[in-house]
Design a protein. Structure first.
Length: 319
């Protein structure tokens, strides 16, 4: 017959073996340790005392990496700026990439001091990183395009550019997107991948910008007289550099002689305003000078038909 064994409250529960063998505990060792720790409060202080040195080492590791980053950051920024690297890229590398990389290393080393199995944790993070990378392909592509923009420098903050059929001033360049303030005073956010994959027109790269304004006159008008009238008219436009202005014969159209007024501005921001002002001044001056501005039209010429031809056509239709 199986015997019964008394079980005291601080001890783990036991079960009897079928052949009268010695009874073994069915509770896992980790649960036994937790049970013993909870049932014996006097051991808490010992456990805390044993943990404090490990915690102190972990805090020292974190403090060391933080102090090292603070000491390295100014020197690294100065070195990168001396190499003529873009300030936005320097800020991205030093204030974001370097800081978070050092923080990740510090956390892993601090976790090792606390007795955590960092190898398994790093392996798990690697698998999670692969899954996140596959799910965020567009974001990664935009980030790589942002690095390309920083290194290639097709434009800078403050430049006026045209991309994706939109013209505006670059307000901010970030890792994933570029922020542009348009001429309509709207704020446009463009993914860097779209900018890299399309043609970019930088209006600020060389300073002065030339504006070509098409103007058509009738075929019967004198080109030299029209040129003189237009150049005199735009002298009153203070947005342009008048000494470089010219009027050239661009082409001969179906209904007009097409002239091109070429003016220069020293700031791309003035480009639209200068275009409108010069076009209005030229129109008013040409009207005042009596020079006709043509519009598309058709001329119909009727010739007298001989009587026999008309009679023959009538017979053909009737018959």
């Amino acid at each position: 017959m199986l015997g019964t064994f008394p079980i005291s409250s601080p001890q783990a529960p036991t079960t009897a073996s079928p052949a009268g063998a010695e009874v073994e505990s069915t509770v896992p060792a980790s649960s036994q340790g937790l049970w013993e720790l909870l049932s014996e409060p006097e051991r808490w202080a010992d456990r805390v005392a044993d943990f404090l040195p490990q915690l102190g080492k972990a805090l020292i590791v974190l403090a060391f990496f933080w102090a090292f980053y603070k000491a390295l950051r100014p020197a690294l920024r100065r070195g990168l700026l001396r190499s003529r690297m873009d300030d936005a890229l320097v800020q991205l590398l030093v204030d974001s990439f370097l800081r978070w990389s050092m923080l990740a290393v510090a956390v892993v080393m601090a976790a090792g001091q606390l007795g955590i199995n960092v190898t398994a944790a790093v392996a798990g993070l690697g698998v999670a990183g692969i899954a996140i990378g596959l799910a965020a392909q567009d974001s990664i592509a935009n980030a790589i395009a942002g690095i390309t923009i920083f290194l290639d420098k097709p434009f800078r903050v403050g430049d006026w550019l045209t991309t994706n059929e939109v013209t505006g001033k670059v307000a901010e360049i970030r890792m994933r997107t570029t922020r542009i303030r348009t001429r309509q005073h709207t704020y446009m956010v463009v993914p860097n991948k779209h900018i890299v994959d399309t043609t970019i027109v930088n209006h600020s790269m060389y300073g002065d910008v030339r504006i070509d304004i098409p103007i058509g006159i009738a075929y019967r008008e004198d080109v030299r007289a029209a040129r003189r009238v237009i150049l005199e008219a735009i002298e009153g436009v203070d947005l342009i550099r008048g000494e470089r202005s010219e009027v050239v014969l661009a082409s001969l159209g179906d209904s007009s002689v097409n002239l091109s007024l070429r003016v220069w501005v020293d700031d791309p921001q003035k480009e639209t305003h200068a275009h409108f002002a010069c076009l209005e001044a030229a129109k008013l001056a040409l009207d005042a000078a009596g020079i006709q501005l043509p519009y598309p039209h058709l001329q119909l010429f009727l010739e007298r038909l001989e009587e026999p031809a008309v009679e023959s056509l009538r017979r053909a239709l009737v018959g």
